[in-house]
Ligand binder design. Structure first.
Ligand code: NAP
Length: 485
C-alpha cells in the first residue's frame, strides 16, 4: 500500500461519533488479483453497531435543523475532497475489488456526482399548499427528513453504492450508518475520513466494518431509532432484511439483483449495439446488477452480430487492474468463479455452443477468460440466474412479440436494453418491457439525475433524481384552523 499519495486514507477501524474505533479482533482484506492481504480491519460487534446507531440518533436533530444550504455546502466540500483524492481512492478500490483502475476512477467520479447532485437538490425540498374545504382552514404540506438511516451495501461498487445513499440521506437532513461488504471496507472507511475532513459533524456519517453481517444487520433492521433501511445486494438477503424491518415498520428501499436482457432488432445499428453491449456486459468483469445477462438477437442479424461480438471480445485484455490498458480484472473470489463455471457447463451440456473463453486463465486463478456462448435458451440457468461474470450468452428470436415475452420471462426487473432505429418499435418495446430502467440505443443508463431502481423482485425505491430524495423525506400535513373572522 506504499503507492497511496495520502497514506492516511487507509483506515482500518470503524467510524462513529466522529471517532475511529478499533475492535478486539480484525479481519483480512485481500486483493483478488493476487491474494495479498492489503489490510487488517476492525471486526466490529453488534454492540458497536448499536453505538453507531446511538451516535446517528444523537446527531439527528441538529443536522436536520441546519439550513439546507449549509448541508449542501458540506456535501460539496466532501465531493471536492473525493475528486481531489480520486487517484488514491481509485487505487484502494482496485486493490480491494479488482476492477481496472480506469473503471475505479470512473466509480469515484460517479459517486462524487451523487454528492454534488443531491447537494444541489437539498435546496429544492418544496412543500405544497392545498385549497381547503372551508374558508377558516388552510392545508399545508411540509417535508421533513425521515430520521436515522441505516444501509448495507455490496462489494461490486464499494464507493458509489454508499455515495448514492448517503448523498440523498444527508441532503434530506437524515443521519447515516452503513455496513459495507466485508470484502471491500477500505473504500467506505476512506469516504469516512474525507467526510470528517469536509467538516461533516460527528455522528452524521458512520461506518461499521464487520464479518458478522447477520448480527450487524439485526441491529440496523430492528433498532427502533432507525427510521429507514436501505439495502443494495442480492435478492435473497434483501427479502430477509425486509422481513426484519417489518417489526418496527421502517421505511425500506431495496436495490436487488437483475437479469438484464439486451435485445438487438434487425434494424439496429449493429456497431453501436456492439459498443453498448461491451460496456454493459463486460464492465466490472460482468459483476454489476445492471449487466447484460441475456443477449437476444433477431434471427436476420444473428450471424453478423455474433461475428462482430466475437471480434470485440477478442480485443479485451485481462489482467491485474493496476496494470496498464487492462479491460477486465479478476472475479471477486473463488465462489464467483465456481458459479460461472457451473452455469456455463450446464448450458454447454444442454446444447449451447462455446465460441471463445469458457474457463479461468489458470486452474486456481480468479481471472476468468471473456467468454461467448451461442444457442442459449431462456430455460437454461445461465439465462435465469445472474451470471456475475464475463460471459456473453446469445439467444435468438423471430418476432418483436417473442423478444418481449423472452425479456419479461424472469422474476427480475432492474435494467433492460434494446437497439432499434424504428421509432414505432422503440415506443412499443420500451412500454412493454417490465423493467425499472430501459436503455434504448444505450448500454449505460446510470446517472445522478435519473431514478435508478427496479420493479418485480429487483426491489423498490429509487436512487438518484428527485425521486431518490423523496425516499428520505416524510410528508407532514398541517391543518391550520380557526382562521374565520
Ligand atoms: P449480498 O450477499 O446480498 O451482500 C450484500 C450485503 O449484504 C453485504 O454487505 C453483506 O455483508 C450483507 N449481508 C449478507 N448477509 C446478510 C445478513 N444476513 N444480514 C445483513 N446483511 C447481510 O450480495 P453481494 O454478493 O455482496 O452483491 C451482489 C448482489 O448485489 C447481486 O445480486 C447484485 O445484482 C446486487 N446489486 C444490486 C444493485 C442495485 O442497485 N440493484 C447494485 C449492486 C449490486 P458481507 O459482505 O459481510 O457478506
Amino acid at each position: 500500500m506504499t503507492k497511496l499519495t495520502d497514506q492516511s486514507l487507509l483506515k482500518k477501524a470503524s467510524y462513529w461519533q466522529g471517532e475511529w474505533h478499533d475492535a478486539d479482533n480484525c479481519f483480512d482484506v485481500t486483493n483478488p488479483a493476487n491474494g495479498d492481504v492489503i489490510a487488517k480491519v476492525a471486526n466490529s460487534s453488534a454492540d458497536d453497531a448499536e453505538k453507531a446507531v446511538a451516535a446517528a440518533h444523537r446527531a439527528f436533530n441538529a443536522w436536520a435543523a441546519r439550513p439546507a444550504a449549509e448541508r449542501a455546502e458540506l456535501l460539496l466540500r466532501w465531493q471536492q475532497l473525493l475528486l481531489e483524492h480520486q487517484d488514491d481512492l481509485a487505487l484502494l478500490l482496485t486493490l480491494e475489488q479488482g476492477k481496472p483502475l480506469a473503471e475505479a476512477k470512473g466509480e469515484i467520479a460517479y459517486g462524487a456526482g451523487y454528492l454534488q447532485w443531491f447537494a444541489e437538490e437539498a435546496k429544492r425540498v418544496y412543500g405544497d399548499t392545498i385549497p381547503a374545504k372551508t374558508d377558516d382552514q388552510r392545508i399545508i404540506v411540509i417535508k421533513q427528513p425521515v430520521g436515522v438511516v441505516a444501509a448495507v451495501t455490496p462489494w461490486n461498487f464499494p464507493n458509489a453504492m454508499i455515495a448514492r445513499k448517503a448523498a440523498a440521506a444527508l441532503a434530506a437532513g437524515c443521519t447515516f450508518v452503513v455496513k459495507p461488504a466485508q470484502l471491500t471496507p477500505l473504500s467506505a472507511l476512506a469516504m469516512a475520513e474525507l467526510a470528517d475532513r469536509a467538516g461533516i459533524p460527528a455522528g452524521v456519517f458512520n461506518v461499521i466494518t464487520s464479518t458478522d453481517a447477520k448480527a450487524i444487520g439485526e441491529v440496523l433492521t430492528e433498532d427502533k431509532r432507525v427510521a429507514k433501511f436501505s439495502f443494495t445486494g442480492s435478492t435473497k438477503i434483501g427479502k430477509q432484511l425486509a422481513k426484519q424491518c417489518a417489526g418496527t415498520v421502517k421505511r425500506v428501499s431495496l436495490e436487488l439483483g437483475g437479469n438484464a436482457p439486451f435485445i438487438v432488432f434487425d434494424d439496429a445499428d449493429l456497431d453501436a449495439a456492439i459498443d453498448g453491449l461491451m460496456a454493459s456486459k463486460f464492465r466490472n468483469a460482468g459483476q454489476t446488477c445492471v449487466c447484460t445477462n441475456r443477449i437476444l438477437v433477431q434471427q436476420k442479424v444473428l450471424a453478423a452480430f455474433t461475428e462482430k461480438l466475437l471480434k470485440a471480445i477478442g480485443k479485451l485484455k485481462l489482467g491485474d487492474g493496476t496494470a496498464d490498458n487492462v479491460d477486465i480484472g479478476p472475479l471477486i473470489n473463488h465462489d464467483a468463479c465456481d458459479k460461472v463455471d457451473k452455469l456455463l457447463n450446464e448450458a454447454l451440456a444442454l446444447g449451447a455452443k462455446l465460441q471463445c473463453g469458457g474457463k479461468r486463465q489458470a486452474a486456481d486463478s480468479l481471472f476468468y477468460l471473456p467468454t461467448l456462448i451461442t444457442g442459449v435458451n431462456n430455460d437454461m440457468a445461465v439465462a435465469q440466474q445472474e451470471i456475475f461474470g464475463p460471459v456473453a450468452a446469445i439467444q435468438s428470436f423471430d418476432t418483436d412479440a417473442e423478444a418481449i415475452a423472452l425479456a419479461n420471462a424472469t422474476d427480475s426487473g432492474l435494467a433492460a436494453y434494446f437497439y432499434s432505429r424504428d421509432i414505432g418499435r422503440v415506443w412499443r418495446v420500451a412500454e412493454a418491457l417490465q423493467y425499472g430502467m430501459v436503455g434504448i440505443n444505450e448500454g449505460m443508463v446510470s446517472n445522478p439525475a435519473a431514478p435508478f431502481g427496479g420493479v418485480k423482485q429487483s426491489g423498490y425505491g429509487r436512487e438518484g433524481s428527485k425521486y431518490g430524495l423523496a425516499d428520505y423525506l416524510d410528508i407532514k400535513y398541517l391543518c391550520l384552523g380557526g382562521l374565520a373572522d
